[in-house]
Design a protein around this ligand. Structure first.
Ligand SMILES: C[S@@+](CC[C@H](N)C(=O)[O-])C[C@H]1O[C@@H](n2cnc3c(N)ncnc32)[C@H](O)[C@@H]1O
Length: 282
């Protein structure tokens, strides 16, 4: 996302430095989550479960800051999201600050694959408030195939279609990946799995921050700073979010596309985005 306006007011050169505020916020929520787990929940052993702690830290951070971080959406994302139709999979919806930007009328069913259980209550509340009602199905799983496929089976959506349980003929009209592929494990394989779940001529809506494209339209300084943030623990403190992912390339390699339209937003930024739509070949 572009630097939020309050950060732009706070810092004279926000483009390169605003991620340090986010990193500091991540460290604060990490410490608070560990302290709460040990002293309030009295379950110190849970601190050793790094995957669960990671989701808890991120859920805490997102509960406090998600709305502020969703005020402004990069590039043409608003129009792309509001045109979603049919059966939609939203990977990592969070507590769904963006749900109000979708148009529930054209959507027959929406599945949100959200592994952070602490965000589900807010997600379902927002789904009710924004008119999705019974059409919204929150799945407690990640976007990676070994987690997503069993959850889709359990929800019943994969029972009627798909070959050998893998949905080789596709089951979703649209798949939205909005600020999530930076944090999924094994992104190349996860994206391939999502491609398989898309129907022929189905659409992926993408808004993802990626490695700085310094060889073309990006900035070598911003690229170097990305490396420094990673060394300082960006990924560890921010729920596994990777700053240097080649998500654009992974998406291109995932399968055959009829349309592949991704534009860089703020390519000279330390957190540059690719935003756009991809349509699967018939
Ligand atoms: C930065 S938030 C973005 C939320 C929402 N998509 C938005 O743009 O407002 C990233 C979300 O991805 C979720 N997440 C983390 N790991 C994931 C995974 N492996 N699969 C799916 N979602 C994941 C996090 O719990 C969090 O809710």
């Amino acid at each position: 996302m572009p630097s939020p306006p309050w950060i732009q007011n706070l810092l004279p050169f926000p483009r390169l430095l605003w991620p340090s505020l986010l990193l500091a916020t991540g460290i604060y929520h990490f410490i608070m989550t560990v302290l709460e787990t040990i002293f309030l929940d009295r379950q110190p052993a849970k601190v050793l479960n790094l995957t669960q702690i990671r989701y808890k830290v991120f859920a805490r951070l997102w509960t406090y800051n998600g709305a502020a971080m969703s005020q402004e959406m990069p590039g043409p994302l608003g129009a792309l999201v509001s045109s979603c139709r049919g059966r939609v999979l939203d990977v990592g919806p969070g507590s769904r600050e963006l749900l109000g930007r979708f148009n529930p009328e054209g959507i027959t069913a929406m599945y949100g694959a959200e592994p952070a259980v602490d965000l589900h209550e807010g997600l379902l509340n927002n789904a009710r408030k924004t008119g999705f009602g019974e059409k919204y199905h929150a799945l407690l799983c990640g976007g990676e195939p070994e987690s997503l496929i069993p959850a889709l089976h359990k929800s019943g959506v994969l029972a009627s279609s798909g070959t050998g349980g893998m949905a080789e003929d596709g089951i979703f009209d649209e798949i939205c990946c909005l600020r999530v592929l930076c944090g999924v494990p094994r992104p190349r394989e996860t994206i391939k799995g999502l491609y398989i779940l898309l129907k022929p001529r189905g659409r992926m809506v993408i808004c993802e921050h990626v490695v700085n494209p310094w060889r073309t339209e990006g900035s070598i300084t911003a690229r170097a700073i990305q490396f420094v943030y990673e060394v300082l623990g960006w990924s560890f403190f921010l729920g596994g979010c990777g700053m240097q992912r080649h998500t654009r390339e992974y998406l291109r390699e995932a399968g055959e596309w009829e349309t592949f339209e991704l534009q860089y937003v703020q390519p000279k930024n330390v957190v540059p985005y690719v935003v756009g739509e991809l349509i699967k070949k018939r």
